[in-house]
Structures are given as C-alpha cells and as structure tokens.
Ligand binder design. Structure first.
Ligand SMILES: CC(C)(COP(=O)(O)OP(=O)(O)OC[C@H]1O[C@@H](n2cnc3c(N)ncnc32)[C@H](O)[C@@H]1OP(=O)(O)O)[C@@H](O)C(=O)NCCC(=O)NCCS
Length: 161
C-alpha cells in the first residue's frame, strides 16, 4: 500500500510473532510521561484472547507502526494505535485506522470505540476518520509526574465508511 508521496509502506495482519516489532514501535511512539504504553506481556495477554487482532505497518521490513483492536459481540475497541516518530505525518496512522475500520466492518461490527488522553494529537486523526466524542472520564490518566489527565471516549458508527 502506498498512500504518501515519499513513503512506501504496507499494512499487514499481525500475530504473536510480531510482538518484538510492536514493542519497537511502542517504545518509540509513546511518551513515558503519560504511562500509555503497554508491556509486551500485556500485549501478548490480550492477543491471546478471542476477538483481538493486530495490524502492523511496515516500510520495507522496518516496523513503522501498529494498531491493536478487540471485538466484543457487535462492537469493537481500538486499544492502541502508534506510529514511530520517523514515520509520522505520512499517512501511516490513517491507513492503520482505515484498515481497522474495514476489518471491523467485515466482521459486522456496528460501532468502533476508543479512549484517548485529553490533549493527545491523535484526536485529530480520530475526528478526521469520523469519530465523535461521546464522553469524558475525569482524571482517568495519571502521568509519571503525578499530573492527571481526562480520558475522552469516542465512537465511530460503521457501515458508512
Ligand atoms: C496518533 C498517531 C498514531 C498518528 O500517526 P501518523 O502516522 O503520524 O498519522 P497520519 O500521518 O496518518 O495523520 C493523518 C491525519 O491525522 C491528523 N494528525 C495526525 N497526527 C497529528 C498531530 N500530531 N497533530 C495534528 N494532527 C495530526 C492530521 O489531520 C493528519 O493529516 P495531515 O498530516 O494530512 O494533516 C501518532 O502520532 C502516534 O503514534 N502518537 C503516539 C501514540 C498515541 O498517542 N496513540 C494514540 C493513543 S493509543
């Protein structure tokens, strides 16, 4: 898949064998200040559950980013999406999200949910993809320095991609 002028990348379906690459992107993408990154054990635990799926973006063989999702009944949740710094603003996040919505729709999922820290620039990506804010969890995240942040919940109705 090539969506940007300069960066050629592809989105693949991933599994346990891709966790080392996921952790490369995880370590690069998340600011430790916010405590949002998951450990490899947490990722492995959730990937082992039914309904969970992983998408991985690669530029040649280099891991560029990933998305981790879970379906429960006819609803799905975007658990994590991350793109390494060097690959940002080249359409990789948009492509991961778009593939996630396509996959969810193919499984007859009616709504995709997500939660994001207030102030995270990812909110722009979500809004652009048609997500609307449906709630706020006050003081849900506590950063490393003790500062607290609200969590915002968003949802995207599927079927009209
Ligand atoms: C959020 C994230 C996944 C976006 O990845 P990306 O590959 O850079 O996103 P894209 O290039 O596909 O951006 C698509 C659009 O989203 C919006 N967007 C993405 N990043 C943005 C930013 N930092 N500021 C403002 N808008 C942004 C823009 O509208 C952008 O389109 P444009 O570049 O044409 O203006 C990436 O910044 C990231 O990994 N962040 C850290 C991890 C994180 O917080 N994940 C979300 C919570 S799990």
């Amino acid at each position: 898949m090539t969506l940007a002028a300069d960066l050629a990348f592809r989105i693949e379906s991933g599994g346990m064998a891709d966790l080392p690459d996921v952790m490369v992107a995880m370590g690069d993408a998340f600011d430790p200040e916010y405590g949002e990154a998951w450990t490899e054990a947490q990722c492995a635990g959730i990937l082992g559950l039914p309904g969970t799926w992983l998408l991985i973006a690669r530029a040649d063989e280099d891991p560029a980013g990933f998305a981790l999702l879970r379906t429960i009944a006819d609803e799905a949740e975007l658990l994590l999406i991350a793109v390494r710094n060097r690959y940002r603003r080249q359409g990789v996040g948009r492509a991961l999200l778009s593939q996630a919505m396509e996959d969810a729709q193919a499984e007859s999922v009616g709504q995709l949910h997500l939660e994001v820290r207030s102030g995270n620039p990812a909110i722009e990506l979500y809004r652009e993809a048609g997500f609307v804010q449906v709630g706020t969890r006050r003081g849900y995240y506590r950063g490393r320095s003790g500062k607290v942040f609200d969590a915002l919940t968003f949802k995207r109705r599927l079927g009209v991609i």
